[in-house]
Design a protein around this ligand. Structure first.
Ligand SMILES: [Zn+2]
Length: 358
């Protein structure tokens, strides 16, 4: 069965100019041709879909998401406020909604277990193509180390699909990388700094992991055919990540502070995955230290993106969705555009769009 979308404006994703009055020819689930309508042909019995007044684009990619996360609250993060089955069904809803928004590939930066990927592959639930990190590898006190503000390490039942991800010392780090791969990791996620929402005392400029530990992590990941995505906002931990040869810097808010860092990324071909959406959200966090961090880093984050573009650093958009809900992921593109245009009118709309999947 041939179907043809006609009359829409086509952005084909190659960087070419938009094509007005385009046609997209589909044979079942495959696009067989796309371009100016006048230049294409199709069988006379094809089903025509009038798409005038609309724009057609390729499937979008969210390079940094947490599909199985549903809030920053401690009880939610530790899986205490609803049955695990309910949370899993909530995650399945998020997968379906994310696909329906046009996101056909999502790289999950931690928290989604391999069973969801299996379920999508088997057609049990609709969802985007998934690239999984499984869990965030960090040392004791890093962002992968779950401790409450009162110092407690509880809770949550043992789940073999989400293995323990805290490791100290090169040998232990190698072991955890292997464990993640065994649990289904397609990519290895680690963190060499704190973040906006991490515990007080471990913020965006505070380091985690030594160079030796990170070199072991990168070597083991690459030996197993996995790329390394590294949460790194700024300070010495950001440099450690780049020196160890990670494949992407996640967040990278303070890359602008040291002019050599982005140059090194351009040379090494290291991807930069900015996540503006999450920091717009954190500006209204109930925790003062989170608000302060989010406000302080934002101008740097935008400046880092601008400089990265100038230097030819490859950039991929991420949202860090999950803790802040599951927004319209394409908000990230809007924030990137606004930031590059120097607009500051970003307060307000984000929170209302970020709702918990019902
Ligand atoms: Zn994240």
């Amino acid at each position: 069965m041939i179907r043809v979308l006609t009359g829409a404006t086509l952005i084909d994703g190659t960087g070419a100019a938009p094509v007005p009055d385009a046609a997209v020819v589909m044979d079942r689930d495959r696009i067989t041709a796309a371009g100016p309508r006048a230049a294409l042909s199709w069988p006379s019995d094809a089903e025509l879909v009038d798409a005038r007044g609309r724009t057609v684009i390729p499937g979008l990619i969210d390079a940094h998401d947490h599909l199985a996360s549903h809030g920053y609250g401690l009880a939610t993060r530790w899986g205490l406020d609803e049955p695990a089955s309910t949370a899993h069904l909530r995650t399945a809803r998020v997968l379906a909604e994310t696909l329906a928004m046009g996101y056909t590939t999502v790289r999950d930066a931690g928290g989604l277990d391999a069973g969801f990927k299996l379920a999508v592959d088997q057609g049990l639930i609709p969802g985007p193509r998934l690239v999984l990190a499984v869990q965030i590898i960090s040392p004791t006190g890093g962002i992968g180390d779950r401790v409450s503000p009162s110092g407690h390490e509880c809770c949550g039942a043992y789940d073999p699909l989400l293995p323990e991800s805290v490791a100290n010392g090169p040998d232990a780090v190698r072991d955890v990388v292997r464990t993640m791969v065994r649990a289904g990791a397609d990519v290895i996620k680690t963190a060499t700094t704190g973040g906006a929402s991490s515990r007080a005392g471990h913020g965006p400029l505070d380091a985690a992991f030594t160079l030796g530990e990170m070199e072991a992590l990168v070597a083991e990941s690459h030996a197993l055919g996995r790329r390394v995505m590294c949460h790194a906002l700024g300070g010495p931990g950001l440099r450690t990540a780049l020196e160890a040869g990670v494949d992407s810097i996640e967040h990278g808010c303070y890359l602008d502070e040291d002019p050599t860092l982005l140059g090194q990324m351009a040379v090494q071909g290291t991807f930069f995955v900015p996540t503006l959406t999450v920091y717009v959200y954190h500006r209204e966090s109930p925790a003062p230290h989170v608000r302060e961090r989010a406000l302080a880093l934002y101008p740097h984050h935008v400046a880092s993106v601008r400089r990265a573009l100038e230097l030819g650093v490859p950039i991929a958009a991420g949202t860090d969705a999950g803790g802040h809900g599951h927004p319209r992921n394409a908000l990230e593109l809007k924030y990137l555009r606004a930031g590059l245009q120097g607009r500051r009118d970003l307060r307000g709309p984000a929170r209302t769009l970020m709702t918990r999947a019902r």
